[in-house]
Design a protein around this ligand. Structure first.
Ligand SMILES: O=P(O)(O)OC[C@H]1O[C@H](O[C@H]2O[C@H](CO)[C@@H](O)[C@H](O)[C@H]2O)[C@H](O)[C@@H](O)[C@@H]1O
Length: 364
């Protein structure tokens, strides 16, 4: 993967084996806990803060409760605004949250100032960031406008997509193979190569777990199991809430056989089974910065845009290095290690376009 290769087409990386979350220690996560400045008492968000890990800590809260907290609870969130109505004053909560995580669009000038004399390197999550969250993961396709915004921004800045999905899937759903701008990592002979696959040895076990879960969940209406190559995702977005416990039990039953090798994490209405290795989106980000020659903070301003718990590991890397910015994609107030926020993928697209316009005007 060389630096030039990311201009004109985004680099994709398999980041699936996201382990050692900043909360779950070596046992992974489940609901993520906050960092950063505390919210005032009234504005506290209803995100469980307990550390949870597979077969140890998470029993203290129960898998079912963890699943219920995996996305803004639909009963307490206003569908239009996504503001937590359980807060005594949701509007004030939202405004206070925006003070802590200002809009990256409203703060664009500030970001551009920080970038003066530096090269921006862009890291983008896929689901919920470049494509909207939809009921069927197979339908999470990038819009044509977003696709061209990503392609365009990648012409001006080194750009990578870091996704929990397998690289092939992101290719399929975001950039078409027929696209002349589409590149994969290739060696000097033009053969496709995978630069780094820390979880390669887990491939057979992941396949085994995938098959077992497909079978054990087949009678649960709405449950779907996705093989993400380095991670198995069990989706319960379309399962009636009274069957979520059954989904959790299937997952527990299957995974307990592999307790020493696999761990359980959670995303938006999804339980994910991953290898227990020291790898997460933060590690993927560091790996890319280093392998692309972008790790010098004096020259480079990395910007990472993401919406989910797994993205927090990358936000934290940037915060800890005091180099670059995380941008959280969320309408709902959430605690985060990001610095800025964007409400949804359409704002992400606006932000990408603004970067291009700014870059074009600065080279005139
Ligand atoms: O790292 P990401 O690119 O954000 O991938 C995380 C997971 O995203 C997908 O699931 C989420 O999006 C689906 C489509 O909108 C939605 O139906 C699901 O409820 C969400 O959890 C993907 O299907 C997972 O495999 C990824 O791990």
């Amino acid at each position: 993967m060389d630096l030039k290769s990311s201009h004109g087409a985004p680099v994709l990386t398999d980041s699936a084996p996201l382990s050692k979350s900043r909360l779950g220690g070596h046992h992974g996560l489940l609901p993520y806990s906050p960092s950063g400045a505390p919210f005032s008492k009234n504005l506290r968000l209803s995100i469980p803060k307990k550390k949870l890990g597979f077969l140890d800590d998470f029993r203290s809260i129960g898998l079912l409760d963890a699943m219920k907290s995996s996305s803004p609870p639909h009963k307490t969130f206003n569908k239009d605004s996504n503001i937590d109505l359980s807060s005594p004053d949701p509007e004030a909560a939202s405004l206070t949250w925006l003070l802590k995580f200002p809009s990256a669009l409203a703060s664009f000038e500030q970001i551009a100032n920080f970038a003066k004399g530096k090269r921006i390197a862009l890291f983008l999550d896929y689901d919920g960031t470049l494509s909207p969250i939809v009921e069927n993961p197979d339908n999470a396709v990038m819009s044509d406008d977003m696709r061209s915004a990503v392609k365009n921004v990648a012409k001006y800045f080194p750009t990578a997509i870091i996704s929990g999905r397998s690289r092939d899937k992101v290719y399929e759903q975001s950039i078409s193979d027929d696209d002349p701008h589409c590149i994969k990592s290739t060696d000097t002979q033009g053969n496709e190569v995978n630069l780094f696959q820390p979880a390669r040895e887990f491939l057979p076990v992941i396949d085994e777990v995938f098959s077992s879960l497909v079978k054990s969940t087949e009678d649960i209406k709405g449950a779907t199991v996705e093989n993400n190559k380095f991670c198995v995702s069990v989706h319960f977005r379309n399962v009636d809430e009274d069957k979520w416990e059954a989904v959790g039990e299937c997952v527990e039953d299957v995974i307990k056989k592999y307790e020493d090798r696999l761990r359980l994490t959670q995303g938006r209405k999804v339980l994910e089974i991953r290898p227990k290795i020291d790898w997460d989106k933060g590690k993927a980000l560091v790996f890319l910065l280093e392998s692309l020659g972008l790790s010098n903070c004096d020259d480079v301003l990395p910007i990472y845009v993401g919406d989910d718990r797994t993205d927090e590991d990358a936000f934290k890397v940037l915060r800890d290095r005091n180099c670059g910015y995380g941008i959280l994609v969320s309408k709902a107030p959430k605690e985060s290690d990001a610095y800025y926020s964007l409400r949804d993928p359409s704002e992400v697209m606006e932000f990408l376009k603004s970067l291009v316009t700014w870059k074009q005007s600065s080279v005139l």
